[in-house]
Every structure is written in C-alpha cells, then in structure tokens.
Design a protein around this ligand. Structure first.
Ligand SMILES: Nc1ncnc2c1ncn2[C@@H]1O[C@H](COP(=O)(O)OP(=O)(O)OP(=O)(O)O)[C@@H](O)[C@H]1O
Ligand SMILES: O=C(O)C1=C[C@@H](O)[C@@H](O)[C@H](O)C1
Ligand SMILES: [Mg+2]
Length: 186
C-alpha cells in the first residue's frame, strides 16, 4: 500500500504524513529529505546556488525512484506536480491525496518560516495566492482524493484520511469489538 500526499508548502504533508505512517504502521518518507540527502545541503541553499531548474531535475529523479519502490506514506515537495512526468508517475504508483488549503491558512502557518525558498519574498501571502491559483488544478489532476485542511487539526486530518482509505478499500478497517444486541423497544 502506498499513499502520496500533495499540496502547497504548509499544507501539512510532512506533519500529516508522519502521523498517518505511524497510524497505518507504514514507513514515512519525505521526498524533500531524500533530495537533501542526495544534494548534501539544504534545499534553500541549493536553490540559491544552482537555481530552481536544477532542483526540479533532481526532484523528478527522486519521484521516479520513489514511484519505483512505492511503499508507505510519501510526503512530496510542494512543487512536485509542476512536471507532467511527476504527475503521471505519482498517480500511477500511489493513492494520491491532495491536502488543500487556502492561501490565508498557509500564510498563518508559515509566516515565521525561513526554510521555504519560494516564500522568502516581500509579500509571501501574495506569493501563496499565486502558487494556489497556478497549482490547484495540477494537484486536483494528480490526486485521487481531496481533503480540505482549513479547520481540522493534524490528528483529525489523519482520522479523515484513514476513513477515506477504508471506504476506498485501500486499507482494511481494524476489527471492531462485538457490540451487545440492540434491545427492541417496548
Ligand atoms: N491542519 C493543521 N493544523 C494546524 N497546524 C498545521 C496543520 N497542518 C500543518 N500544520 C503546521 O503547519 C506547519 C507546516 O506544515 P508541514 O511542514 O507539514 O507542511 P508541508 O506541506 O510539509 O510543507 P512543505 O511543502 O514546505 O514541506 C507545521 O508547523 C505544521 O505543524
Ligand atoms: O512549492 C515548492 O515549489 C517547493 C516546496 C518544498 O516542499 C520544496 O520541495 C521546495 O522548497 C520547493
Ligand atoms: Mg514538508
């Protein structure tokens, strides 16, 4: 069983993915971490040194490698859906869930963040609005399910996703204890 989470920076792919993996007793892999191991530095430093195009080439190779083995819960990088080859690979090899968030919610979560290179700009909320407009159709195209992340906590999102996976027959529901028989009304 293999699940991939897609969505904008701050959507909760890493936070939800880690706990979903624990809940399903599956390994959790963050594709950004795999990339950082390969490049030997932070993504932010790599962006500054080598530029975005070079980063996207490495990202595509990492997604191809993860799709080859396709196990566990994979949190993808926020821009992983930009290339058609990645969208096709993800959709073919994983059950893909889009963690969908409004730019305002993302801004609230990330306003103190300094790690995400695409948001180190004068107007990060404006940037998030642009990214949302450009990528929302791509996330939708890639995903089998969409989960709105605005209000639910990370723990609630894990419950929602597990329920969806059970309904889709992708994970088997845990056995329920036998309930006492219903008493007929008088
Ligand atoms: N539903 C949520 N409710 C409250 N906080 C959340 C929720 N989802 C994520 N967060 C918090 O928002 C921050 C960003 O989440 P996270 O790092 O998981 O995003 P991401 O989708 O992995 O981003 P990136 O694409 O940049 O890796 C974290 O501090 C996380 O704990
Ligand atoms: O949204 C994006 O394009 C990115 C998101 C991060 O997960 C990293 O993959 C990188 O910072 C690029
Ligand atoms: Mg992440």
């Amino acid at each position: 069983m293999a699940v991939a989470l897609v969505g904008l920076p701050g959507a909760g792919k890493s936070a939800v993915g880690r706990r979903l993996g624990q809940r399903l007793q599956l390994p959790f892999i963050d594709s950004d971490n795999v990339i950082e191991q390969r490049i030997g530095c932070s993504i932010r430093d790599y962006f500054e040194r080598e530029g975005e195009a070079s980063f996207r080439d490495i990202e595509q190779q990492v997604i191809a490698d993860l799709a080859e083995t396709a196990t566990g819960v994979v949190a993808t990088g926020g821009g992983s859906v930009l290339r058609e080859a990645n969208r096709n690979r993800l959709r073919a090899s994983f059950h893909v869930i889009y963690l969908r968030s409004s730019p305002e919610d993302l801004f609230r979560r990330l306003r103190h963040d300094v790690k995400r290179p695409l948001l180190q700009v004068a107007d990060p909320l404006g940037r998030l609005r642009e990214l949302h407009a450009a990528r929302d159709p791509l996330y939708r195209e890639t995903a089998h399910d969409v989960v709105e992340t605005g209000r639910p906590s990370v723990a609630m999102l894990v419950n929602i996703i597990v329920m969806q996976l059970e309904l889709a027959g992708i994970v088997v529901p845990a056995a329920q204890p036998d309930l006492p028989p219903v008493q007929p009304h008088d």
